[in-house]
Each structure stands twice: as structure tokens, then as C-alpha cells.
Ligand binder design. Structure first.
Ligand code: HAM
Length: 435
């Protein structure tokens, strides 16, 4: 039986046009992170499963992780997210390096998901995190970076929004509804999926959790909150003004900044990963056909403690390449990456061309010109379609006449302007390309 040519379920082959598109996204990621002074890091694809068990949460461990037992009987995971690896790495060096620590990476991650639009089994994720920034500055800087990254593609507040919540607030609200820690944990999980399930299912599950009727009402009121003002009023009513203070603090810092136009309060944002302890946020596409999260993140105060290190507050986000590309495409913000971009296509119509033009190709490459050498004799009528396919802006022609005259013809494919230049005069050729 012939083998399947398809890549493994939920993964992608990157043919050159696909890789070009991904490289374009990666380039913007590097640029944006470096504009904010973030340094690039990376870690291994494999980690011990224990690392995720400590803080990532049930869903990741039970349903999504790829794991195996290695020859040394270690229980190994293919990384499903980067934050635990980052925390492990930071825990090794944080004493020696100045704070705040600002690091970014673009790892590929594996999750055993049901593949669908925006969800695959392998994706690349832009991760930016800050450790040890004072007050609310780290949180604000991270959100600034995230917004500035999307703005660099030409996106604005008509294209996306940042939905935000604070787990300390959610903790106090839920604690006012029930004293039971396990019930609170279940409420978190219910909130996390509340947008994806119909109301009847939500109500049924809420009843199953065993909340008192009065508390069920409180929970439903919580889910209806839709603005920062709503939230602050609700907290006053519940006598939870103190919990609000912390978040108000953050709100006051961002209120005067231009990122505020992107931010909206959303009670359903609590995030599925267990390590978040402070603000949590998701970037949502506003396009009606693509209402999904492009990115998610938040603040985590205690992640380093799993390595027996003192608490060092961290905050960051992850943004997936699949969801980013869907977002850009739905708003026509993705450039056409179907074609390569090169400077010149060198062709020859006589067999001696290969030998005669090698020097020209080398000189052009030394001058930094992206040069595609045809490597075969091409009939005149085929040259232009080949040059077009190679993505070149110029074409070089070398036929009988040019061979006899020891010259080449260079043609600008867009303007159709052409010049005959001596074969040995590479300086003149480069000048024409730079015109
Ligand atoms: P996350 O919400 O699990 O967070 O993932 C962040 C983003 O990665 C999602 O919003 C989505 O764009 C993308 N993503 C996640 N899973 C998939 C998938 N199966 N297929 C395609 N894209 C996906 C985290 O992973 C946190 N560790 C992020 C973080 C960094 N928090 C703090 N620092």
C-alpha cells in the first residue's frame, strides 16, 4: 500500500509560499519584541510531564498533552506551551540578571486537539513575558507590546479588542458565593467555557455544581457584567470594594493611554491555565466570521515557587501563528506571499551562457543582489514566464548576438526599460539594477 502524502493530522507542511507567509509573521514578531527591548530565548521541545502537572491545569494534562515514556523510563511531554519552560529557565538565572527580565520566543507547540479553524495540533506561538517589573508597569508594557504588534500589520480598534479581567476580583466574587474551594474551581472552569456552550447547558451545569439559589443568581449577574463601570458598581454592591482597589489601580494607569480604546471588561475571560493569579486577557478578532481569540495571557505571581525559588511576578502573552494569519486574512491585512522576491533572473539562450555568466552571477551576489541563475539554456519565449515565476524584478538575456559582442541585455520587467551592457562591466549592471 502506498504511504499517505498528507502531513500528520493537525500539522502543516510548509511549502515555500506557506513558509514565506510564516516568515513574514515571524519577522514582525522579532521586530515588535525588539522594539520594546525584549531578548530572544528558546528551550527544548521535550520537557518532563511533571513540569506541566504543577500549574498548567487539568485540560492540558488530561486531554491535550503528547507524552511518552523514554528509554530511561522518564515521563516526557512534547511542549504544549512555553510558559513553564520559561519559568524553569528564569528560575535558573534570575538572581544574576537585572530586572525586569524581558524575554520573547517563537516556539512550536503540540496539543492533541480536534483540528478545526484556528486550532491545530502543531502551532507556533509568539511568547512575550516580563518578570520583576514594579507595580502595574509590566502588565501595561505587555499589553502595549501586544497592541503595537497588531498595529504594525495595519490593524486598529475596528479589527480587534482586548478583553480583560482580573482573577483576584473573580476570586473574591466567587468566594462571596461559596466558601468551598472545589466549587470555586468548578465555577472557573464553567466561566471559561461559558461562551462556547448554550445557556441551557450552562444552567444545567451550574445546578450540578450545587450552588445555593441566591448564589446562582449572583453568578448569573456576574456573567452579565459588560463594562469596567458595571464591574466596579457590582463590587460595591457586594461590599468587595477592597478587591476592586487593586484592579482600579491598573485601570487608572491605562485610562489615560491610547490603548484604552482597545480594552473591554469581560467576565468570561478567566483563562484555562491554572497559574494565572492577577489580570488575564484575550485578544479577540472583531470580524463576525472569525470571532475567536488570537492571543491570551495574564499575570502569574507564583510560578517560580514550583522550583523552590522566591516569588517573582511575571506577566506575558502567547499569540498563535494560525489564529494571527486567519485574523489578518479576514481583514485583508495579509500581503500576498505566493511569490518569491528576487532581484534578477539570469538566463542564457546559448549553451556557453552557463560558463560565460558564472562570473556575473557571483559579482551580483557579492553585491547583495538576489540572483537566480537559470542553470539551463532557455528559449527566448520561455524566459519571461520563468523570470516572472522566480519573482525577479530584472531579467538578463544572453543570445548569439550578445555572445559575439561580449555583452548582456538587462531588462526591467516592470518598466520594460532595457540596456545592453558589456559582459565584464558588472558595475554598470549593478547600477542599472539600482536605478
Ligand atoms: P493559550 O491561551 O493556551 O495560552 O494560547 C495562546 C494562543 O495560542 C491562543 O490564543 C491561540 O492564538 C494560540 N493557540 C493555542 N492553542 C492553539 C492550537 N491548538 N492551534 C492554534 N493556535 C493555538 C498559553 O499558551 C500561555 N502559555 C500564554 C502565556 C504566555 N501566558 C503568559 N505568557
Amino acid at each position: 500500500m502506498a504511504l499517505s502524502k498528507k502531513p500528520y493530522k493537525g500539522t502543516r507542511d510548509f511549502l515555500p509560499p506557506d513558509k514565506r507567509a510564516q516568515d513574514y509573521l515571524f519577522e514582525k514578531m522579532h521586530q515588535s519584541a525588539q522594539l520594546f527591548g525584549f531578548e530572544h530565548y528558546d528551550g527544548p521541545l521535550l520537557e518532563e510531564v511533571e513540569l506541566y502537572k504543577a500549574k498548567s491545569g487539568e485540560e492540558l494534562i488530561n486531554d491535550q498533552i503528547y507524552s511518552f515514556v523514554d528509554r530511561g523510563k522518564r515521563f516526557v511531554a512534547i511542549r504544549p506551551e512555553m510558559t513553564p519552560t520559561l519559568a524553569r529557565m528564569v528560575s535558573r538565572v534570575h538572581r544574576e540578571i537585572p530586572k525586569p527580565i524581558r524575554w520573547y520566543s517563537i516556539p512550536n507547540l503540540f496539543r492533541y486537539e480536534k483540528p478545526q479553524r484556528g486550532r491545530l495540533r502543531e502551532h507556533w506561538q509568539f511568547n512575550c513575558d516580563i518578570f520583576g517589573a514594579p507595580g502595574r508597569t509590566g502588565e501595561v508594557e505587555i499589553i502595549q507590546l501586544l497592541i503595537s504588534f497588531l498595529e504594525n500589520f495595519g490593524a486598529n480598534e475596528s479589527h480587534f479588542e482586548v478583553l480583560i479581567n482580573d482573577r483576584t476580583i473573580v476570586d473574591s466574587i466567587f468566594s462571596s458565593l461559596t466558601p468551598d474551594k472545589e466549587t470555586i474551581y468548578k465555577l472557573y472552569k464553567l466561566v471559561d467555557k461559558s461562551k462556547k456552550i448554550p445557556d441551557e447547558v450552562l444552567l444545567k451545569e451550574l445546578k450540578e455544581i450545587g450552588l445555593e439559589e441566591e448564589s446562582q443568581k449572583g453568578f448569573k449577574r456576574y456573567l452579565e457584567l459588560s463594562s469596567f463601570e458595571d464591574l466596579f458598581k457590582f463590587l460595591q454592591e457586594l461590599n468587595l470594594g477592597e478587591a476592586a482597589e487593586n484592579f482600579k489601580d491598573f485601570y487608572q494607569v491605562i485610562e489615560g493611554q491610547n490603548i484604552i480604546k482597545y480594552l473591554n471588561y469581560d467576565p468570561t475571560i478567566v483563562r484555562g491555565l491554572d497559574y494565572y493569579t492577577g489580570i488575564v486577557f484575550e485578544v479577540f478578532d472583531k470580524h463576525p466570521d472569525n470571532r475567536r481569540a488570537i492571543s491570551g495571557g495574564g499575570a502569574y505571581a507564583n510560578l517560580l515557587q514550583i522550583f523552590n525559588e522566591p516569588a517573582l511576578a511575571g506577566v506575558g502573552f502567547g499569540l498563535g501563528d494560525v489564529t494571527l494569519q486567519d485574523f489578518l486574512q479576514s481583514h485583508n491585512l495579509m500581503p500576498d506571499c505566493s511569490k518569491a522576491i528576487n532581484d534578477i533572473f539570469i538566463s542564457y539562450q546559448v549553451p556557453e551562457g552557463y560558463r560565460d555568466l558564472t562570473q556575473v552571477a557571483s559579482a551580483l551576489r557579492s553585491a547583495g543582489k538576489k540572483t537566480v541563475f537559470s542553470l539551463e539554456t532557455l528559449k527566448f519565449k520561455k524566459v519571461f514566464s520563468q523570470a516572472e515565476k522566480s519573482g525577479a524584478n530584472f531579467v538578463l538575456l544572453y543570445g548569439d548576438q550578445e555572445k559575439n559582442d561580449k555583452c548582456v541585455i538587462i531588462k526591467n520587467l516592470a518598466s520594460k526599460e532595457q540596456e545592453t551592457i558589456e559582459l565584464s562591466n558588472t558595475e554598470e549592471i549593478i547600477k542599472f539594477l539600482n536605478k
